[in-house]
Design a binder for this molecule. Structure first.
Ligand SMILES: Cc1cc2nc3c(=O)[nH]c(=O)nc-3n(C[C@H](O)[C@H](O)[C@H](O)COP(=O)(O)O)c2cc1C
Length: 805
């Protein structure tokens, strides 16, 4: 612990940029507005599809103590996202929260992910933050989004502007929502993934002052980072001084994308990681060279969304670029003619260099340019060859197995009756018989021998092309036709292979698309380094730099603070009547009741302590999930209340609330309503709420533990004994304060006196709890029913009456 005055200086940075490091749990933490917001170091893994879609990298990063965004991009329905959250939360420490990166540009996905994220938080899952990626909403839309996140108990929102206009838009959003934390992730044109063509620095230079006017913005920089030395100028602000002779323009945090694709826990396939490591990368000034030719092992192509995107310059990407510059540069309607003229060349290149080869191939391996020259059996076996990973006995995706199943049913329709062997029943009763496809297909064509030799009919060729493109199934990993839609066939669904090279028909990583930033590639030079090690090394070098620059390399000069993650203390002076005697602060709320936020700030005081954690944390940890902070409700200000805060000279020991109007009526001024105390040895926080019943107070006990090492969620409820304490409370309330809670069996029965139930009481209860059930409406008064939860009303009355009797 340190004296309050010392804590003040640490606890409240002068502006949104702070270089302080501080030690509390024996470690030195970097202290910036971003680390305060997260309760974690200010370095993070950015959302990446597919790299942060699987649980592995998310879990490893979170368990290493760093922030990461789960990519929404790879989650196509609510069940998939729910089960990913369940998996991650079961593999991380209780209290660790999850943040989603949802692609705003993809309105179908965003449309289910945004409400689902709130719903999961309301259910008590550890949902912490939400990143609106790939597009900045209008201020009105953003206001709606923020207000929904805020009321669900989600702690922060992030935006990723890619231009000056984007930055200004985020500044407007922040200004319109000054009390909600906003993370602005700036990445310039050198970043991995979809990006603008912007310079890394100029857009920030021209907007820095206006960004800094919004104190709720944490300004993060990304794009091209891989180590401590390259991020230090951005955290310290040296970059703008040294490169542009301007004022220091420090950022509050740094994000890493491409660099972590080669981390041990990333699902990037081994041979793909090796290709990334082999790409030398470039310095900042050279990165634009990737627009012209492979530079540092990276080449920039046009994505399926028509945006520039950096990729490892594999053979496949060089071909992509060649087509970008030729056929895809033509107006769409002219492409078929171009392809026709170069049919053999294009087919040859696809088969040699692209991960989606040309489909047409006879059983003897002869390449054919027209599907119409293949038999039904040849088409079937070619599908299996390209979509079934035989050495691992699995389909690339189950929807591709079903595609083969649908094709076989079509073949059956064509040949049933012709061979005279089937008229009613399909040989393919279930698609699961295709889980091991070859025996099923052998048997199938043995039953339909004509399908072995007969060339596919024109209608069936058309059917085949249609089902290959149907929505809702994984796009097929081959190209069956050369026409004006070639760009879609060529580019669609290009990212998965980097994480499933075995799914590529010959496992050649040189065929595939591997997203990677040109500058970051310079730092991706070791395969399978654990994320904990990568980030741990970066963090410790940054700490060293801070020590050297601000503390004369002397750790003892580093200010101490209880935990990283508290909002800066800013109690308003003179908000309520306050007296201080010895170690007791006494605060009185008069008739004018202050706002809850202002009041809690005053109670918490300026220091960063267990009390600040209890009163100001957004969430409290219950089990492995979150609960909206209950202390906020318990300590909300009420007219006529008196609060005594006792300390031992060093830190607050207890807070006691007396009197105050409550929903049940006014308490006498000396009625002790709430008591909160802290035991510094065990870090246990005890909360006792008192209920008045006929002049006697009945206590209700809750216990929490303060974990300053988890600054992101420093208050955890102690579950043990909680339910018993609540039962005990109600027992005393209903049966008398001297009554002991007996051991109760589930089938114990209690009989009270008869009580009359009337329709109005039921209806009033239903109105209050929002139950719209028709059976409970008084319009059906002769037969009105009561909902099950009405029993609590009866129970309460009967026991009170029983006691009164
Ligand atoms: C493989 C890959 C996939 C990406 N996917 C996404 C995504 O789904 N959502 C998003 O907001 N950004 C995405 N990005 C961009 C990153 O979040 C981040 O801004 C960028 O990678 C930073 O640049 P760097 O790669 O040079 O570190 C992706 C980047 C890469 C390399």
């Amino acid at each position: 612990m340190v004296s309050p005055s010392r804590q003040d200086s640490v606890g409240h940075p002068r502006n949104s940029v702070s270089f302080w490091a501080n030690g509390s749990d024996g470690r030195i933490h970097i202290d910036t507005p971003f680390s305060r917001l997260l309760g974690k170091p200010p370095i993070m893994v950015a959302g990446m599809t597919p790299c942060t879609v699987q649980a592995g990298l998310n879990v490893a990063t979170l368990n290493a103590g760093y922030h990461i965004e789960l990519a929404g991009g790879g989650h196509y329905n609510a069940a998939a996202l729910r089960s990913k959250v369940a998996e991650i939360s079961s593999r991380v420490e209780p209290g660790v929260g999850i943040t989603l990166n949802a692609l705003y540009i993809n309105q179908r996905q965003f449309g289910f992910q945004f409400p689902l994220w709130q719903e999961m938080r309301r259910e008590g899952l550890p949902i912490e933050g939400f990143c609106v990626a790939a597009g900045i909403p209008s201020t009105e839309k953003a206001n709606e989004i923020i207000s929904a996140l805020h009321s669900a108990g989600i702690k922060h929102i992030a935006f990723k502007p890619g231009s000056v206009e984007g930055i200004r838009q985020v500044v407007n959003i922040a200004a319109a929502n000054p009390h909600y934390p906003i993370i602005m992730q700036w990445t310039g044109g050198r970043a991995g993934g979809h990006h603008s063509c912007e310079d890394q620095h100029h857009p920030i230079i021209s907007t820095y002052t206006s960004i800094r006017q919004q104190r709720n913005i944490s300004l993060i920089v990304g794009g091209g980072f891989g180590g401590a030395e390259d991020v230090w100028p951005y955290l310290s602000g040296d970059w703008s001084v040294q490169q542009y002779d301007l004022q220091p323009m420090p950022f509050d945090g740094v994000l890493f994308g491409s660099r972590v694709m080669v981390a041990k826990e990333a699902d990037t396939s081994a041979s793909v990681k090796q290709l990334i490591v082999d790409a030398p990368g470039v310095d900042d000034v050279q990165w634009e060279g990737t627009y012209d030719k492979p530079t540092g092992g990276i080449l920039t192509v046009r994505s399926e969304l028509g945006e520039p995107i950096h990729k490892i310059a594999t053979r496949g990407i060089k071909l992509w670029r060649e087509f970008d510059d030729t056929v895809f540069a033509l107006p769409r309607e002219k492409r078929a003619a171009w392809l026709d003229a170069k049919r053999d060349y294009v087919i040859g290149r696809l088969n040699k260099d692209h991960n989606k080869p040309w489909f047409g191939e006879k059983a003897d391996g002869t390449v054919v340019s027209d599907l119409g020259t293949m038999t039904y059996e040849e088409i079937t076996r070619r599908m299996v060859r390209l979509m079934y990973v035989s050495k691992q006995s699995r389909w690339i995706d189950v929807s591709l197995r079903n595609l083969v199943g649908d094709w076989l049913r079509r073949v059956e329709e064509r040949f049933a009756g012709v061979d005279g062997i089937r008229t009613k029943e399909s040989l393919l009763q279930s698609f699961s018989t295709l889980n091991e496809p070859l025996p099923t297909i052998d048997a199938f064509f043995a039953s339909y021998p004509r399908a072995k030799d007969q060339l596919v009919a024109a209608e069936d060729k058309a059917y085949f092309l249609t089902i290959c493109q149907r929505p809702g199934q994984k796009p097929v990993p081959f190209i069956p036709i050369l026409d004006n839609t070639f760009e879609v066939w060529f580019k669609k669904d290009s990212l998965w292979a980097a994480e499933d090279i075995d799914g590529v028909f010959d496992q050649d990583p040189q065929r595939i698309a591997i997203l990677h930033g040109p500058v970051a590639a310079k730092y991706s030079n070791k395969v399978d380094e654990p994320i904990k090690e990568i980030f741990g090394n970066i963090e410790s070098v940054l700490v060293q730099r801070i020590l050297e620059r601000f503390y004369e390399n002397d750790e003892s000069k580093v200010p101490r603070i209880d935990y990283i993650g508290a909002k800066a203390g800013s109690p308003k002076v003179g908000l309520v009547d306050e007296t201080v005697t010895d170690n007791v602060r006494t605060l009185r709320v008069g008739k004018v009741v202050p706002s809850t936020d202002d009041w809690l700030e005053v109670l918490a005081g300026s220091s960063v302590s267990w009390l600040r954690a209890a009163l100001t944390s957004v969430n409290v940890v219950r089990g492995s999930g979150y609960l909206s902070n209950p202390f906020r409700r318990v300590f909300a200000p009420r007219a006529g209340q008196t609060v005594k805060i006792e300390s031992d000279g060093e830190q607050t020991r207890s807070v006691t609330v007396y009197g105050g109007a409550r929903s049940a009526g006014n308490h006498p001024a000396d009625f002790k309503a709430v008591e909160l105390s802290f035991d510094s040895a065990s870090r246990k926080i005890s909360l006792t709420m008192f209920e008045e019943r006929k002049g006697v107070t009945v206590p209700l006990y809750f216990s929490f533990v303060y974990k300053p090492s988890q600054g992101y969620a420093p208050i955890h409820e102690i579950a043990e004994g909680r339910n018993k304490a609540i039962k005990d409370f109600y027992w005393r309330l209903w049966f008398g304060d001297n009554e002991q809670l007996p051991e109760l069996a589930l089938d114990d029965t209690f009989t009270g006196p008869e009580t009359a139930v009337n329709a109005q009481d039921i209806q009033r209860f239903c109105d209050v709890v929002g139950n719209q059930g028709e059976s409970f409406r008084s319009s059906r008064s002769e037969n009105i029913m009561a909902p099950m939860d009405f029993a609590i009303v009866l129970g309460w009355q009967v026991s009170s009456v029983a006691k009164l009797c």
